[in-house]
Design a protein around this ligand. Sequence first.
Ligand SMILES: [Zn+2]
Length: 406
Amino acid sequence: MSNGKTLHTAEFLIQPGEPNPVRSDVGVLRDASGRILAIATVNQLRSEADATVHHQILMPGAINCHVHLTDAGIQQPVGGGEGLARWVQGLLASRGSEPQPEELFQQQVSAVLQQMMRGGTVAIGEVANNFRTLPAIAETGIRCRFMHELLGFPEHRAHQGMLSTLDDTQLAELPHAIAYTVAAHAPYSVSPPLMKLIQQRNAQHGTFTYQHLAEDPAERLLYQESAGPWREFLEAIGGWEPTWKAFGISPIEFYDRMGIIDENYVGVHLTDATEQELALLASRGAWGILSPASNLHITGKLPDAMAMVRHGLRFAFGTDGRGSNPSIDVFDEAKILLEGFPNLPVGTLLEALTIHGAEVLQFSDLGRITVGATSPLLSVTVHGAPNDLRSLEHGIVMDAVWRRCV
Ligand SMILES: [Zn+2]
């Protein structure tokens, strides 16, 4: 009688963060619901299985930690190369001109998510300042850390900003697959008092604080000299803080003095961060999320991933929004970074795509192949026949024939 158990075997079983590859005679036994029942030698598991599926490479599903599904329908990225402030203005203009009908919007978000899931993504970090993308996310069932992003540079608006966050009753009503946290937009759009309130709220709920950080040089100018494109932008939209003064230090140093930078803080982008600042973030146990494709489009620069590795700053990846990156495949982020830094340890990139992604989103059951977990696994086939770990890892990032969830 069939009990629906499937044994997955692989030439190479990859558990990022552990000595790899795991012995090739080890398999993964799952029940009909996809729950992992056992990880053991194929000989031990074969008699329990109703079917066996063989893969070239089997690994945990990928985690895309930073997406803006609000822009799922954008077909062409908003013009880049002139810095972040100009790009943001272009994005806002493109959003404002033709708001899509609700049904179409939900279809666009859903289509993007389906495509992500087919490509091996099992969880996302969605960043939005309203809840419009939630129905489509909930419908697909993908695991999601919903980062409810607050903005407000004038200090008197700080408390008002917190009023839109979900209370405990509303949190209990969220679908099980969706976890919630309050996020801060960026140093140039969030006042220090609002930053403090966000961090306090997240500390009470045991959730991380995510924030765009050091995405381009203009925010440094705002904190060091109280000048530059962000001051001009904020003044133009009526969002300037009249008591703001030049601090003579960077936002990272400023936040560190405020006590914001700790093991629960996640800085997104870090493109403009200096080696010293990256070392500071690492020494506080903070995390990074990198979106190199988006950085190349907007600022033409890559984050200094070599310095991150040197100082032990742990990072994950996100594809950012379609306004700056047409790709929604998080593996492309690893690929771009490896093209820019050919000496990066590829194992670190695989950790960023899986186990570090899961840790950054606070999903403890994802990112590794674990008994009891039900998350899809990722089956990968690469060109050629990798004969050592380096070429195997390199093949997964740079040279996959296909990837799919199983
Ligand atoms: Zn972003």
